[in-house]
Design a protein around this ligand. Structure first.
Ligand code: PEP
Length: 256
């Protein structure tokens, strides 16, 4: 299976800065066939960046979009408008769930809208610190996974990527902690079990599962060798050229 390294730039960089940064990434990176490098700039930068990108080296992802294709939805951008511009879309990121109040129903509609528009959803799931402390991790993972996939036809499920991002490990969360590879392994195993129980073993083996949460150059290798992990979703470290490229090189080394 391919390895995915996805950089989530969040609300950082002007369009000009994003363009310069992408230029540097493209200049620095060789074409690694078995590592899919993806960057998710802000929506406003997607159009100009799509003109400068070499899709053999780097692909674009949206950080979000709206689930209806057109209509009276002031301020929204639809997956249908992003069709052709991006290959992937991050959906259900914890910042959208907890700051912007997106629930599983909305996440499910967005996952379906992405697939309908030939965009691969990267469905983010993960428990908060208190949910983990109360022993609710397995329930949260099951609910977010089944809820997020509830509007996807069985035939389309092999077009989905899952990202396990424990909220307590994301660098922007208050007092972020580093997840141990064992903690990641346990939840990734659970994710595959939930998929196997719900959709069958074949799919459970095929769906790429990424890990995200304070990934940096010194821990990327350890996460990439966790059984069942097919790549990384990276926030902070993806904004620093040397870190991002180093993580991509680690992925190439570790997984080949
Ligand atoms: C994220 O927000 O998706 C993320 C993983 O951020 P960070 O790598 O900064 O923890």
């Amino acid at each position: 299976m391919k390895t995915y390294i996805v950089g989530n730039w969040k609300l950082n960089f002007t369009v000009g800065e994003a363009s310069i940064y992408l230029h540097k990434i493209l200049k620095t990176l060789p074409n690694y066939r078995d590592v899919d490098v993806v960057v998710a700039p802000s929506l406003i930068a997607l159009q100009p960046l799509s003109l400068q990108i070499d899709r053999h080296k780097v692909k674009l992802a949206a950080q979000n979009a709206f689930y209806r294709d057109y209509g009276a939805f002031t301020g929204e951008v639809s997956f249908s408008q992003l069709r052709g511009l991006v290959d992937y879309a991050i959906i259900g990121h914890s910042e959208r769930r907890y700051i912007l109040r997106e629930d599983d129903k909305m996440v499910a509609k967005k996952v379906a809208a992405a697939i309908r528009n030939r965009i691969t959803p990267i469905l983010c799931i993960g428990e908060t610190e208190s949910e983990r402390a109360f022993g609710e991790t397995a329930d949260v993972i099951r609910d977010q996974l089944i809820g997020g996939l509830s509007e996807v036809a069985d035939d389309d499920l092999d077009n989905v990527i899952i990202a396990y991002e424990p909220v307590w490990a994301i660098s922007s969360s208050k007092s972020a902690k580093i997840a141990t590879p064992d903690e990641v392994a346990e939840v990734v195993k659970l994710i595959r079990k939930v998929i196997a129980d719900t959709y069958g073993k074949d799919l459970a083996e095929k769906v790429p599962v990424l890990f995200g949460g304070s990934v940096n150059t010194s821990n990327a290798g350890a996460y990439l060798t966790v059984p069942g992990v097919n790549g990384l979703l990276i926030g902070g470290a993806s904004l620093i050229l040397s870190e991002f490229v180093d993580i991509i090189e680690t992925a190439k080394r570790v997984r080949s």
